[in-house]
Design a protein around this ligand. Structure first.
Ligand code: SF4
Length: 464
């Protein structure tokens, strides 16, 4: 989701004549879009911004800004942590970043031009006052973290690519009304707000016009899309209505979404997988824990039985379905028995993959204050044990695919080896193969699977 928000901001700059630089060395403005899900991510962003302050010594006009979740939760405090910072822009104000940066930058460049002597190139233009004004930026140092009605509708543009891209992310909503005790998102992203179905469909049509064949619909709880704004129609939730509308778009071959929540994962969504063939055979479905006691402590308002029932119904609706999940191990008070419940669930569902996180305290969340915090060694040991269980399941599933033919969408050169191509199966499994990037990117191909290492499959296209 952050990646998608960053693309939106970058697009507003490129649309108005700015160029994206390959590295920060040449940049006139350096923006970091921050994540607050883990404390580590915040520390990394602060460290990176601190290091990059050196560019101000060489080019006094450089504008520095934090955007996103950390900007939202920490606000003005960030100016104390990073003295060279100019801009702090929250999660509902991405569409205002360009005006803020452009204004500060122009002001600085004008100030430099008014001054005499080459030595002034390295002179720092002093900031004046902290000024927040949505319509007119008067000075440097801007903090804007207010809520803004309709901000979810501003994440809708994509950067035109020089080469074809086969897939794209589409943000359909912002915010979350849940209150999981380990999560800071409701504070940083605000309440659930959905975009109109027609706007989303228009965005997808534009993407298809540019060659995109697969879209992934994004939301904090994607299946609850529109529940506060739009009505059910014929017993179908707004999310299923959206899926039906997007499914109608000619030229689009695949639809994915992430992430759904067990709350609100109703039969209309399960059934959609039986009559909407463009829906890929994969769901990323966060379980978090296999223990009801821990789920309660996490303030996840469902029992494990409900989670398992949805998995079973989904597998019945789409027999070739792959399910991946998120799991937190070592949550406060988690006993060996609770942890065993999680292992049992992983084995019962047979997840295709799990993203396993060791619980880490997140400032300003209820879980951080809970008694019964576990030691790092216990968390690490459980993490390793669960990883081993998952690795075995994944490996066995991938080995079964060797010798089969899988239909993939070619996404272009592999991220890890530019000489080879990469694509995904409907089940979201990555397949690496040789071929001509220009000709094959964006094509749907049948690939004979010949090998598997861990999470990646290797094969050969049946028709080159
Ligand atoms: S559902 Fe829970 S974990 Fe997910 S964004 Fe909302 S509060 Fe955070």
């Amino acid at each position: 989701m952050n990646e998608r928000d960053s693309e939106q901001v970058a697009q507003t700059f490129s649309e108005r004549g700015y160029t994206l630089t390959p590295t920060e060395h040449d940049a006139d403005a350096i923006l970091i879009n921050t994540c607050s899900v883990r404390d580590q991510a915040e520390q990394k962003a602060l460290g990176k911004m601190g290091m990059m302050g050196k560019y101000r010594d060489q080019r006094a006009h450089v504008v520095y800004g934090f955007m996103g979740c950390m900007a939202q939760s920490r606000g003005e405090e960030l100016f104390k942590r990073v003295p060279h910072l100019d801009l702090v822009v929250g999660t509902q104000k991405y569409h205002r970043v360009f005006d803020y940066v452009d204004s500060i930058l122009n002001r600085r460049l004008e100030t430099r031009m008014d001054e005499v002597g080459a030595e002034l190139v390295t002179q720092r233009v002093e900031d004046e006052v902290v000024q927040v004004n949505a319509d007119k930026v008067i000075s440097a140092r801007v903090v804007d973290t207010e809520e803004e009605v309709g901000s979810q509708n501003t994440i809708r543009d994509h950067i035109p690519r020089e080469t074809r891209r086969a897939t794209a992310f589409v943000s359909i909503m912002q915010g979350c009304n849940m209150r999981c005790s380990f999560c800071i998102v409701p504070d940083t992203r605000g309440k659930e707000r959905g975009r109109p179905i027609s706007d989303i469909a228009e965005e997808v049509k534009r993407l298809v016009g540019e060659g995109v064949r697969e879209v992934t619909l994004l939301g904090q709880i994607v299946n609850l899309y529109g529940r506060t704004e739009f009505d059910k129609v014929d017993g179908k939730s707004p999310f299923v209505q959206l899926l039906e509308e997007v499914h109608e778009i000619g030229g689009l071959d695949r639809i994915r979404f992430t992430s759904p929540h067990p709350i609100g994962y109703r039969d209309d969504l399960v059934e959609a997988f039986t009559y909407l063939p463009k829906l890929c055979s994969h769901i990323h479905f966060p379980m978090q824990s296999g223990s009801d006691r821990i789920l309660k402590a996490m303030r996840r308002p469902y029992k494990n039985e409900k989670f398992l029932t949805i998995c079973d119904k989904m597998k019945a609706a789409r027999p070739d379905l792959a399910i991946t999940t998120d799991i937190i191990v070592g949550f406060p008070t988690e006993t060996e028995e609770d942890f065993q419940d999680t292992i049992d669930c992983v084995q019962h569902v047979g997840f295709d993959n799990s993203f396993i996180f060791r619980y880490s305290k997140r400032k300003d969340t209820p879980a951080a204050e809970m008694d019964g915090q576990l030691s790092e060694s216990v968390k690490e040991e459980r993490n390793q044990r669960l990883l081993k269980v998952q690795d075995e399941i994944t490996k066995a599933k991938h080995e079964k695919l060797i010798g089969t033919t899988q239909t993939i969408l070619c996404e272009g050169p592999s991220k890890t080896n530019k000489e080879r191509l990469s694509g995904r199966t409907s089940q979201n499994k990555i397949v690496i193969f040789d071929g001509d990037a220009e000709r094959m990117t964006g094509e749907i191909l049948d690939v004979k699977i010949e090998d598997s290492t861990g999470f990646t499959l290797y094969g050969t296209p049946e028709i080159m």
